[in-house]
Design a protein around this ligand. Structure first.
Ligand code: NAD
Ligand code: MG
Length: 399
């Protein structure tokens, strides 16, 4: 490979679970990728280590104080990385003309603006931050088209669907003959718990996912199955699929990462060990295949693949997400904001596990007149919905 083809990579959310897995893949291919910028919210120690190992031109953190400390530590260690602070700096590095590929791996709505900036600037955007698409799907997909770059899904289900679709799907989706998209779901740690035990679930229990090691917010989302709900909305925007053509099937082994069914009855699936380095390497190398460090799938060891219908009474969050997508408009953004607030309150020990869905439902009921027409409208909607959700959480705290 010629030196010109080295691609400059920005990782938004480098210190998180997806960020660390991305750097693991990147370290295997120094001839292909140079790290241009890394970002972290508060994990300054980890970001420091990453800067020493990958020597990015820029490191971005949230607070000025942290930036000053990190800059000093890096200088003392002989590093030439320049440290920036704040949201605008995130958008700046994500849209810098020297950057080619942007991994969007910030968790939650905080990832929206820098990811949007990368899309507008025509970057290859590798999207892990599903909340950005749930909040502002139409705006985001328009930005990708207007920017002329590309969008590759990192979420394992959507990456699987992308791999199972024909290569020219984005150009002519109608002639592809897709009947439906089937997203697989592990069902999380509480799939078989007695329903009456769910009210007492602790954050530690909710974060102990049977198959995947992930950040705390997405782990709770997996336990409530809101994660699958957000993924239904994500699939709608990524693949232009109507809500009634996106199904969810519970598949506890997490070996089939998702499927596409065609009109002739063919069902094409992508399989592999549950390791996020596979979709990350797929998107980093696309259209080439590159080594990810993932072990071969041993089907005889897996032995059995099983499937069941999702239980909407056990997982009301999944039903709320389908309803929000059917309602359209600002409903998915309200759903996302209320979920982020409710999950944060649950993780802080202020809200019961089964109250998460109740807070989201109450917020959806009370929110009206909100819009997602522009980036500013989305941010306003997000803020209003969070205010409503916090009120609902406070009421439940005092009960
Ligand atoms: P994580 O909590 O492990 O990491 C989040 C990253 O975002 C960290 O680097 C953190 O510093 C940064 N961050 C957090 N809040 C921020 C803020 N307000 N401003 C700027 N940066 C902030 O999360 P994760 O598990 O790596 O997930 C990241 C995203 O990828 C989420 O949207 C998640 O839904 C999605 N995703 C994750 C997985 C997985 O296996 N972990 C799988 C599919 C999709
Ligand atoms: Mg997923």
């Amino acid at each position: 490979m010629s030196p010109q083809s080295v691609r400059n990579l920005v990782i938004l959310g480098a210190t998180g679970s997806i960020g660390v897995s991305t750097l693991d893949v990147v370290a295997r291919h120094p001839e292909r990728f140079a790290v241009f910028a890394l970002s972290a919210h508060r994990q300054i120690g980890r970001l420091f280590e990453q800067c020493l190992q990958f020597a990015p031109q820029f490191a971005v953190v949230a607070a000025q104080d942290d930036a000053r400390d990190l800059q000093q530590r890096l200088r003392e260690a002989g590093s030439r990385t320049e440290v920036l602070a704040g949201e605008a700096a995130l958008a700046d590095v994500a849209s810098d003309e020297r950057a080619d590929v942007v991994m969007a791996a910030i968790v939650g709505a905080a990832g929206l603006l820098p990811t949007l900036a990368a899309a507008r600037a025509g970057k290859r955007v590798l999207l892990a931050n599903k909340e950005a698409l749930v909040l502002g799907g139409a705006l985001f997909m328009d930005a990708v088209r207007a920017g002329g770059g590309s969008l590759l899904p990192i979420d394992s289900e959507h990456n699987a669907v992308f791999q199972a679709l024909p290569a020219d799907y984005a150009r002519c989706p109608d002639s592809a003959g897709v009947r439906r998209i089937v997203l697989t779901a592990s069902g999380g740690p509480f799939r078989e718990w007695p329903l009456e035990a769910l009210a007492g679930v602790t954050p530690e229990q909710a974060c102990a996912h049977p198959n995947w090691v992930m950040g705390r917010k997405i782990s709770v989302d997996s336990a409530t199955m809101m994660n699958k709900g957000l993924e239904v909305i994500e699939a709608h925007w990524l693949f232009g699929a109507l809500v009634d053509r996106i199904d969810v099937v519970v598949h506890p082994q997490s070996v089939i990462h998702s499927m596409v069914e065609y009109v002739d009855g063919s069902v094409v699936a992508q399989l592999g060990n549950p390791d996020m380095r596979t979709p990350i390497a797929h998107a980093l190398g696309f259209p080439e295949r590159i080594e990810a460090g993932v072990t071969s799938l041993d089907l005889c060891q897996v032995a059995r693949l099983s499937f069941e219908e999702p239980d909407f009474s056990r997982f009301p969050c999944l039903a709320l997400a389908y309803d929000a997508l059917r309602e359209g408009g600002a409903a998915p953004a309200v759903l996302n904001a209320a979920n982020e607030e409710a999950v944060a309150a649950f993780l802080a020990g202020r809200l019961g596990f089964t109250q998460i869905a109740a807070v989201i439902a109450a917020t959806l009921e009370r929110a009206n007149g909100l819009s997602v027409e522009s980036a500013q409208a989305i941010l306003d909607t997000d803020r209003s919905a969070r205010t409503l959700a916090r009120e609902s959480i406070r009421q439940r705290e005092t009960q």
